[in-house]
Design a protein around this ligand. Structure first.
Ligand code: CTP
Length: 419
């Protein structure tokens, strides 16, 4: 027998999710989103705007959701503050689909209906899933409003390209329900929840950012490799925060964890592959963050067949790999900020300062990987940021997202003083 019971490991279980539905042809997809959230064990509280009611019926949502649809601030809910209650009680607000009007109101702090009131009254994370015609999506007013929301920590599920209302083809179609649900899952349980969002993001609109993440693997033979303990979490946090701040982000990664929305991931395995992928993209980049743990040595000429133990203990000879950070530092364009890391177990600051100098970086983010909760595999980090101008900034133990947020704020401040 197959059980339909929600998985207890699912971050959606028991969460109170306000589903804000705006008026648009894609409102029909919100019905599927509602059903899947409820099936996963979430408590779904639907709010429909006036124009949403023109596209889909209240009865449909009321039948599928965990409670009847709310449409007005003026309904008698038996309490004194109905216009803020839904937002205050929510674990997450998901606006799906989000129209240009609601995006604009939310960005400007205008609260003229129940949904916008709830958005402004909440301290819960918010996901906005825009859907509109291509011309509207590309209008500078909408782009600016989206950039404002991203900087405030709102999660944007990018619209997709495809068939739009009226048969036009273009960018602006609501993301698929599965993408929306995954985003909710990630925000409630995963990495994004670790981002406290307390510091407003710098405006990185239009900047090109390259981030490397994970540990490289150097083959010994087709079966075995030399690797390291890096999980890629810090690099992914940088990529996610930069994308949310409006940057165009390329993430060169050795790990297969979900790619943050709006980030272009390039999969690599070895130091040589990472070198090539990073060099190609770094030339035009405004900021490069080398968060990856790159192997310093690799086996010379690994055989293309498995090394058999019957032939005795092998002697494996190693050769140096290219130091990618040092290579980028030696031919860095004037406008570029180059950020390296230093994973150390002793003499943190002295070793990091030497790396800043020898690798030609603008910043070195130094972490003592032997300290509790710091470095490989943890969701937290504690770092000292050393800058080329001699300044040093110590960031106490915080989520890797908050570390990324703070480092990028420092890098952006340096950009504004040098440009
Ligand atoms: N790095 C790199 N290419 C390498 C090795 C390291 O680009 N082949 C980068 C890392 O991504 C990081 C920085 O250099 O940003 C420092 O890496 P780390 O492992 O701390 O130091 P190493 O340069 O390898 O020096 P050591 O092993 O002596 O500490």
């Amino acid at each position: 027998m197959v059980s339909n019971a929600p998985s207890t490991n699912d971050s959606l279980v028991g969460k109170r999710i306000v589903l804000g539905v705006c008026g648009g042809i894609s409102a029909y997809k919100a019905i599927e989103v509602c059903r899947r959230l409820v099936d996963a064990g979430a408590h779904v509280v639907p709010i429909m705007t006036k124009s949403a009611e023109r596209f889909v019926g209240k009865v449909t949502f009321s039948a599928l959701a965990s409670e009847p649809v709310h449409t007005s601030m003026w309904d008698d809910w038996g309490g004194p503050i109905p216009h803020t209650k839904l937002g205050q009680e929510a674990d997450l607000i998901l606006v799906c689909p989000a129209t240009a009007r609601v995006i604009g109101s939310y960005a400007s702090g205008i609260s003229d209906d129940l949904l916008t009131n709830s958005l402004i009254a909440t301290k819960a994370p918010v996901i906005v899933c825009p859907a509109m015609h291509t011309e509207m999506w590309e209008h500078p007013a909408v782009s600016d409003n989206i950039a404002v929301l991203r900087r405030r920590g709102v999660h944007i599920v990018e619209p997709e390209a495809g068939r739009l209302a009226g048969g036009d083809i273009g960018h602006g179609r609501l993301a698929e329900p599965s993408t929306v649900i995954e985003s909710a899952r990630r925000v409630l349980g995963g990495s994004a929840a670790a981002d406290s969002g307390t510091v407003e993001l710098p405006d990185m609109t239009g900047l090109r950012v390259v981030v490397t993440a994970g540990g490289t693997r150097e083959p010994i033979d087709p079966i075995r490799f030399v690797g390291n303990r890096s999980t890629g979490k810090q690099g992914y946090a940088f990529a996610e925060i930069a994308a949310r701040a409006g940057a165009q982000v390329d993430l060169i990664t050795t790990v297969a964890i979900p790619v943050p929305s709006g980030v272009n991931a390039v999969a690599v395995t070895t130091a040589a592959e990472m070198h090539q992928a990073t060099s190609e993209r770094a030339t035009g980049a405004d900021i490069v963050v080398m968060a990856a743990a790159v192997a310093d040595f690799r086996p010379i000429d690994p055989p293309d067949h498995k090394i058999k133990k019957r032939n005795g203990v092998p002697i494996i000879e190693f050769e140096r790999t290219v130091d990618i950070l040092a290579d980028l530092g030696s031919r860095k364009p004037a406008h570029q900020q180059l950020v390296g890391f230093a994973a150390e177990t002793d003499e943190l600051i002295a070793n990091a300062a030497a790396k800043l100098e020898s690798k030609g970086a603008d910043f070195i983010v130094a972490n003592d990987v032997s300290a509790a909760g710091v470095g490989f595999g943890h969701d937290t980090n504690a770092v000292t940021v050393l800058a080329r101008d001699g300044s040093r900034d110590s960031l106490a133990l915080a989520s890797k997202h908050d570390i990324a947020r703070a480092v990028l704020t420092t890098v952006m401040a340096a950009r504004s003083t040098t440009s």
